[in-house]
Each structure stands twice: as structure tokens, then as C-alpha cells.
Design a protein around this ligand. Structure first.
Ligand code: RIB
Length: 294
């Protein structure tokens, strides 16, 4: 099945600190690494690890980071023919890690230059897409246009509304699945009554709740699929990995429960490795077959 990802590509500058920085504070960090990231790229890479044919609409800068990112995505078997090179810098994320948890500053650069015309070309030339996944780390007008176009063309779309942003009226009605975390849910709906929200948007809304698991509607009631107990190395990209696993499950006609469980497995492997895409090889070797034959 051919799956589309429209999203961001970042270079993640990661370092460890003993505690998060306070305003005006200087501290020594350690373990600095430059890794591949960006919510769109993270999702695409894990979807590809699960053996789906992934075609990516995105943008990088005309810099060496952009070249590195393109080469990397190609190596992960992702179709990069719809990734354009913009005048702006390749997206960057500065990630502080404290005991496996993180805080992230994103400099979007080229990511927010994705234009509606590129969305048109992407959808026109890939009319066989089984599903599209997108987030909010790119150009929000183009994301809204993508959502409208997918609805018109009957292509199911998964929106991961991250980083948190208010959505225009009607957007939620047009998507097949909406996967926010708790913070994003609160901003979108102005409520922390997750159970009521999941009941209201039956089968459409799934809320990722970190170490607690994922809340979704199981056909009868709001339920929480628990996360796996594990040694956390780095939670960066766990949400992206959940989205990727869930998307692959749904695209391959798994039940909601099976797709949620697959998402949780991919997210768990991600938490056990350094970097948002560090679990690629494990996902490929441990979950690839299961995604098909579960
Ligand atoms: O979701 C994790 C991602 O958020 C990181 O890879 C970083 O690039 C930011 O976009």
C-alpha cells in the first residue's frame, strides 16, 4: 500500500542536561549529538520500517543539512521526489534531554514554505495513496488545504496536531483520525475530560497520554491501551512513532485495537533508543512482518 506523509524534516541537535534550564541560567551539558528528526520525517521513517511504500511531501534548505536529510530519507526507502529545496534553512530542533524527558525548540525554516501547488502536484501524481499522515510543523495554510483536498478525493487522512495549535473550524470534521497528546487536546478542545471527548468523536479521536498509554473508543466505550513498561532512554519521537504504527495498521486493514497496539509497540522501541528515529532497525526487524500478518 502506498502511504503519503506531508510534514517536516528537521536536524535534531540533542544534548543532555542534569535539569532543565531556567531563564538566564548557564549549565554544562553533555552527550551532544546531531540526529535526523522532524515530526513528518520521523513518522515516514517508521512507516517505511514497517514495510509500507512511503512518499513524502516536504522541504529542506539548500544547505548541507538538507543534503544529509535527503540522503538519509532515500536510504530509508522513502520516495523523496516531492521534497523541494527552498531558500530558507533546513529545519532545526534544539533538544534538551533530562532523564529521558525532553524540551524542544524548533526553527522551522524551509518546512513552512510548502505551498498549496505542491500539495496539488503531490495528490494529482499519487492518486493511488491509501492514506495520508500530516502534522502541524509545516505551513498551516497548506496543511488545511491538504486536509480539504484529501476529503474531496476520499483519501483518509490522519492529523497529528503537533506542535499544539488552534485549528480552523471544520478541520476536525474533515479528518479520518485525529491524534493529539494531552496538551494538544486541551488547546484544541479547551477540556481535560478526555473520556467525554473520545466518546464524542467516536473512532476518530485518539489521545496519547505518555507513559499511561493511549485513550480511544473501542466500539462501546472510551478505553486506555496501556503503554509497555520499559527502560526509557529518550522519549523524543515516541508520539511520532505511535502515529506511524497506527497509520500502518489502519492502512493494512487492522482493527482499531490492533492498530493502536502496533503504534504502542513502535513508540516503546523508540523510547528505548536514543533519538526520534533510533529504533528504525529494531522496528524493521521485530515488527515489520507482524504489521502485515498480525
Ligand atoms: O516529535 C519529535 C520531533 O519534534 C523531533 O524530531 C524534532 O525535530 C521536533 O520536530
Amino acid at each position: 500500500m502506498k502511504l503519503g506523509v506531508v510534514g517536516s524534516i528537521n536536524i535534531d541537535m540533542v544534548y543532555k542536561l542534569s535539569q532543565f534550564l531556567k531563564q538566564g541560567e548557564t549549565r554544562f551539558g553533555s552527550d551532544f549529538q546531531v540526529l535526523m528528526g522532524g515530526k513528518g520525517a520521523n513518522q515516514a521513517v517508521m512507516m517505511s520500517a514497517l514495510n509500507d511504500h512511503v512518499v513524502f511531501l516536504g522541504a529542506v534548505g539548500q544547505d548541507s543539512f538538507g543534503e544529509d536529510a535527503l540522503k538519509h530519507l532515500k536510504q530509508k526507502n522513502i520516495d523523496v521526489s516531492y521534497i523541494s529545496k527552498k531558500k530558507e534553512n533546513t529545519g532545526l530542533a534544539i533538544i534538551q534531554l533530562v532523564d529521558g524527558d525532553n524540551s524542544i525548540a524548533v526553527i522551522p525554516g524551509a518546512n513552512i514554505q510548502i505551498q498549496k501547488e505542491e500539495v496539488d502536484r503531490f495528490l494529482n501524481e499519487n492518486s493511488d495513496l491509501g492514506l495520508v499522515v500530516t502534522q502541524l510543523e509545516t505551513n498551516l495554510d497548506s496543511v488545511a488545504y491538504l486536509i480539504e483536498q484529501c476529503k474531496e478525493r476520499n483519501i483518509p487522512l490522519i492529523l497529528n496536531p503537533a506542535p499544539a495549535a488552534k485549528l480552523a473550524d471544520g478541520i476536525i470534521d474533515q479528518v479520518a483520525y485525529l491524534i493529539p497528546n494531552e496538551t494538544e487536546t486541551e488547546l484544541l478542545f479547551g477540556s481535560t475530560d478526555y473520556e467525554s471527548l473520545v466518546k464524542r468523536y467516536q473512532g476518530k479521536l485518539l489521545i496519547t497520554m505518555g507513559s499511561q498509554g493511549v485513550m480511544y473508543y473501542d466500539g462501546e466505550k472510551a478505553t486506555v491501551a496501556p503503554s509497555q513498561k520499559l527502560e526509557v532512554v529518550d522519549t523524543t519521537g515516541a508520539g511520532d512513532s505511535f502515529v506511524a504504527g497506527f497509520a500502518t495498521g489502519i492502512a493494512n486493514k487492522k482493527s482499531m485495537k490492533e492498530a493502536v497496539e502496533l503504534g504502542i509497540k513502535v513508540a516503546s522501541l523508540t523510547c528505548m533508543n536514543m533519538g526520534a528515529q533510533g529504533a528504525y532497525d529494531q522496528v524493521r526487524s521485530q515488527l515489520n512482518e507482524k504489521a502485515r500478518n498480525h
